[in-house]
Ligand binder design. Structure first.
Ligand code: HEC
Length: 154
């Protein structure tokens, strides 16, 4: 019994100690001129899907959940957000050739089911993507790619 007590004391002490290791949760100020909506037409239905399923990791406007304040969960969440933003950021949308690549990546990620990240949808049930949502996002991404081709052929 004593051993259990010692072990749980160590565990609790550890849990408290790791709370001091907190990477920053940032929501960097977003320049409206860099927002995706300044470059592309995002119809309301697609905007709603991106908002509920992607925004937290792919924009500067993250809604930080309570468990992002408690280590070790916070480490995973903050890493996902920082990493996600580096790959794709609706608040800092590219205005060069990579725009096309991002659009086609969005389509393939939602079609394959790789995005949204499954550990996220496990907790955020309303972020799940049904196949018709994925289709809608893909149709939109394809349409926008074609529109870009017309206005600035590359
Ligand atoms: C929980 C955080 C999270 C959510 C939610 C999320 N992503 Fe991601 N996403 C990431 C991370 C992290 C990466 C970096 C790639 C990797 O390591 O998996 C990424 C990568 C991507 C990429 C690759 C970009 C590139 O440069 O090739 C695309 C596209 C993408 N996500 C689209 C989406 C879309 C669309 C949604 C919503 C339907 C979404 N993601 C939801 C975290 C997230």
């Amino acid at each position: 019994m004593n051993r259990v007590k010692t072990l749980s004391t160590i565990l609790i002490a550890l849990l408290i100690a790791i709370q001091f290791v907190q990477p920053a949760r940032t929501n960097p100020p977003a320049d409206p001129a860099r927002a995706i909506t300044r470059r592309l037409q995002v119809d309301p239905e697609v905007a709603r899907i991106l908002d509920r399923a992607c925004r937290d990791c792919h924009s500067n406007d993250t809604r930080w959940p309570w468990y992002s304040r408690v280590a070790p969960g916070s480490w995973l969440v903050i890493d996902h957000v920082n990493h996600g933003r580096r790959h794709l950021n609706f608040s800092d949308w590219p205005d060069d050739a990579t725009e096309q690549e991002k659009l086609s990546a969005i389509c393939s990620e939602v079609t394959s089911g790789r995005m949204p990240v499954s550990s996220y949808t496990l907790v955020h049930r309303n972020a799940r993507i049904e196949s018709q949502d994925a289709r809608r996002v893909c149709e939109w991404a394809t349409r926008e790619q074609q529109a870009l081709n017309v206005t600035s052929p590359r």
